[in-house]
Design a protein around this ligand. Structure first.
Ligand SMILES: [Zn+2]
Length: 417
């Protein structure tokens, strides 16, 4: 078996029927859609928070036009740039909200619809300024910016916790919270098998994947004997070939973690993974990472303070030593993609990977894009390769990269059944 680098996006979990998209999350955890046909959708009881209410505004404003109202990462980017960028006259949105806060008194409750996204942002900031600043005083600009950024970041982390909690809820059996969502695990292993061909088995039951043994431990404690049953879970032997596979997942789930077994392959969650315990206490800044591509922050020179919202910066906060997550670059390698939208938001990652393997001239490396029916992505692949080509120092090479890959049979697009 060839060494493989398998890059998975949310399409992987969705194909395995895990309702893990932002849209699922919003519709199942944030909004009460019971009155939808009467136009009475509202946030669920107890749901508040800056990003939650903002998404609600995007939903009400954009859903009928079929726009991507739930694309949280592009909403984060758009919102931050809107608040902090200067307009043609040199004013920022937040400074305008600050002057409004000084003029008009307001006693508004945030948990409702304000007619437009812009209006909501105004009202949110006005209330924030009233609660956190002495409006008769003048503060240095940097101090105010710092205050807003800290607040919005804190709100984002609360939002991430909510998402973590939601994912953990759908990963257990809906009838028995003690059991894992077996169907998802079985579907996920079968799909992983189709993508990597590590096994001949068609998985039908959990027992095809793991063995569970109970071991009795006898202990004598103050003259009384106690017996504890300890569950040992092991992945079946047929998984040894997975050691040639290196998985880079953009999801927050890890199928081996869910089974409580150690992974037989290198498995990394690019943007963090679910926390182990109760979200309120144990979710930290490296569990679920919502953010924007570092490139977007760097090209917005004005607001380097926004780096807290860069996914790359967040990864740096991770206390664990970064392990080498990529296979070596001097052996034959297949880089496989599945279920990733290949959107601009993650270009930084793909660029680093292609650079590391010297994609242009390294004949040992080939790209395989897999898709399921209805999820063709020829245009996205075309854009990805050409955008990467533009980053090569030799511009002529950049322009013919796609052509060269096709000619050398190093780029394939395959449908899987
Ligand atoms: Zn959590």
């Amino acid at each position: 078996m060839n060494t493989q680098l398998l890059i998975l996006g949310n399409g992987f979990d969705l194909q395995c029927n895990l309702k893990s998209s932002y849209e699922d999350f919003f519709k199942n955890a944030l909004i009460d859609t019971h009155g939808e046909s009467f136009g009475l959708e509202q946030l669920r009881d107890g749901v508040s928070g800056f990003w939650e209410i903002l998404l609600y505004h995007y939903y009400l404003t954009n859903k009928s036009a079929n726009l991507m109202w739930y694309d949280i990462e592009s909403i984060i980017k758009k919102t931050l740039f809107k608040i902090f960028d200067k307009d043609n006259l040199g004013f920022t949105f937040w400074s305008k909200a600050l002057s409004r806060a000084k003029k008009i008194p307001n006693n508004l409750i945030l948990n409702r619809f304000f007619g437009s996204i812009e209006n909501y942002l105004y009202v949110y900031l006005e209330i924030f300024f009233r609660n956190n600043l002495d409006l008769n005083q003048t503060y240095p600009e940097s101090e105010t910016i710092d205050l807003i950024i800290k607040k919005l970041f804190n709100e984002l982390h609360n939002f991430e916790k909510r998402f973590c909690k939601y994912l953990k809820e759908i990963l257990v059996d809906s009838n028995n919270q003690e059991q894992i969502n077996e169907k998802y695990i079985i579907d996920a292993f079968n799909l992983l098998n189709k993508l990597t061909r590590f096994s001949e088995v068609d998985f039908k039951h959990l027992d095809d994947i793991i063995t569970q043994e109970y071991r009795e431990v006898k202990e004598v404690v103050s003259e009384r004997q106690t017996i504890t049953r300890i569950k040992n879970v092991n992945v079946l032997k047929g998984f040894s070939k997975l050691k040639f596979v290196n998985i880079l997942s953009f999801n927050y789930t890890n199928i081996f973690d869910i089974l409580s077994v150690s992974a037989p392959c290198t498995y990394s969650n690019v943007h963090g993974k679910l926390c182990g315990e109760k979200c309120q206490e144990s979710c930290n800044l490296t569990n679920i990472i919502f953010g924007i591509d570092d490139k977007a922050i760097q090209s917005n020179g004005e607001n380097i303070d926004l780096r807290l919202f860069s996914k790359t910066y967040r990864k740096m906060l991770s206390s664990s030593v970064p392990i080498s997550i990529l296979p070596p670059n001097n052996i034959p390698l297949q880089i496989k993609f599945y279920g990733h939208s290949l959107s601009e938001a993650d270009y930084s990652y793909f660029q680093s990977i292609f650079d590391y393997y010297n994609l242009y001239s390294n004949n040992n490396v080939s790209l395989l894009f897999y898709y399921s029916e209805g999820h063709e992505q020829t245009d996205a692949i075309y854009n990805l390769i050409n955008e990467y080509g533009k980053t090569l120092s030799n511009k002529e090479q950049g322009k013919n990269l796609l052509h060269k890959l096709l000619l050398e049979n190093r780029l394939n697009i395959n449908k899987i059944s």
